[in-house]
Ligand binder design. Structure first.
Ligand SMILES: *Cc1c(COP(=O)(O)O)cnc(C)c1O
Length: 384
């Protein structure tokens, strides 16, 4: 972890010139590098070889990146877009001409009709669930088998029987059969056992359901077990340039930078306390900048007092005291030239310094997926 508050010689002035012109009135925004997104997609393609299709996971507003631009940028090598629910599927469908959208989570009964009429591929855990959808018309289904995730899915022992039933249903079209890996980045023995059991099952199922696509691999799976690529792979996080395994970070390019601005400057005397709970007390006179981002924007409150820092004019500045709903307080004592409206980098690069989503996530005691998908509605999305 980086040490906040370490004084670094000031870089030349041009380092803090914004790369694109973001309106001065924006308080917090993310910059999305669509070229990096496409290069990460190309990395996935290289890793799995030419045959399998890519099911690009774009749920949760494309992991906070803005679904519309992401869908357009990925469309060239994406067979299916994966989302969590009908509302997200609608957003994808309106951003692309491709109607191939898969709902990865189960729908509520009240959503079945909409899902079927819109032509989305629905994920089911039983033949009975598939039948319920098919009351509204022809439906394509992804049948999910639970090989250890313990969330949705059908137990492996019942899978063959359920598939036979679905194959006999007039309005049900079996598009794919899948399973999910809970620990591909943590537990290779468990993952290998899962993959072996799904291999065996897929051989049995291919015999009775020819032409059905099989798929297993999420990001961690694509990185660690590319030989189990089957017919489709389902990467999410790595498309956005963030690796579930640190050893692969260098192969990916972060897509998102998250910025805010200095909205107020103050000089505080020694002994002054900062923010709710007064968890920070100035030991000497300090200069503080208020930065216009808070936990309502998704900047995690949990980083309070955990060594988080942001970049101002290429210099790493410590976040002081607790993160509040709309603002954070930052130590800019080493930056006499700081001005109101200056850009502040929360995630991304500024001069020689860089903050990764992983850093923020570990300081907050959470995972990159949660930080990215939690970037709030007040944060504008800009495509570079
Ligand atoms: C979210 C999701 C993925 C993508 O996971 P990453 O770890 O972000 O690659 C893949 N498959 C399913 C079923 C998911 O819900």
């Amino acid at each position: 972890m980086r040490r906040p508050g370490v004084r670094i010689p000031l870089p030349p002035l041009h380092h803090h010139m914004p790369a694109l012109s973001v309106p001065d009135h924006l308080r917090t925004w993310v910059e999305i590098n669509l070229g990096a997104l496409q290069r990460n997609l190309a990395f996935v393609r290289k890793r799995i070889g030419p045959q399998p299709g890519i099911l690009a996971v774009v749920k949760a507003n494309a992991y906070g990146h803005g679904v519309e631009g992401v869908v357009r940028a990925l469309a060239g090598d994406t067979e299916v877009f994966g989302v969590a629910n009908v509302k997200e599927a609608l957003e994808v469908a309106s951003a692309s001409t491709s109607r191939c959208v898969m709902l990865l989570s189960p729908c509520l009964p009240a959503e079945y009709e909409m899902a079927v009429r819109s032509g989305y591929i629905v994920t089911v855990s039983s033949a009975e669930e598939a039948l319920a959808y098919s009351r509204y018309g022809d439906v394509r289904v992804n049948f999910k088998v639970d090989t250890g995730m313990g969330r949705a899915g059908c137990s492996s022992a019942l899978a063959v029987d359920e598939v036979r039933q679905m194959l006999g249903m007039e309005h049900v079209f079996l598009y794919s059969i899948s399973t999910h890996l809970p620990s591909a980045d943590e537990d290779s023995d468990f993952t290998i056992a899962q993959l072996t059991s799904f291999d065996v099952l897929s051989d049995q199922l291919r015999a009775i359901a020819p032409g059905v696509k099989f798929h297993v691999l999420n990001s961690a799976g694509v990185l660690t077990r590319p030989e189990h690529r089957f017919d489709l792979v389902r990467p999410g996080l790595i498309l956005y340039g963030v690796s579930p395994l640190p050893e692969y970070s260098m192969k990916l390019e972060p897509v998102l930078s998250w910025k805010s601005r200095v909205v107020l400057l103050r000089d505080l005397p020694a002994g002054a306390s900062v923010s709710y709970g007064r968890s920070f007390i100035a030991q000497k006179p300090i200069r503080t900048a208020l930065v216009a981002v808070g936990y309502a924007d998704g900047f995690p409150r949990q980083v309070s007092g955990r060594g988080a820092s942001v970049l101002v004019r290429g210099v790493r500045c410590a976040v002081l005291g607790r993160v509040t709903m709309d603002q954070i307080v930052v130590d800019v004592s080493m930056l006499p030239e700081v001005r109101l409206g200056d850009e502040v980098t929360l995630v991304g690069r500024d001069g020689a310094e860089r903050n990764d989503v992983d850093d923020l996530a570990s300081q907050a005691g959470t995972i990159s997926w949660e930080i990215l998908s939690g970037i709030g509605r007040r944060v504008e999305r800009f495509h570079v």
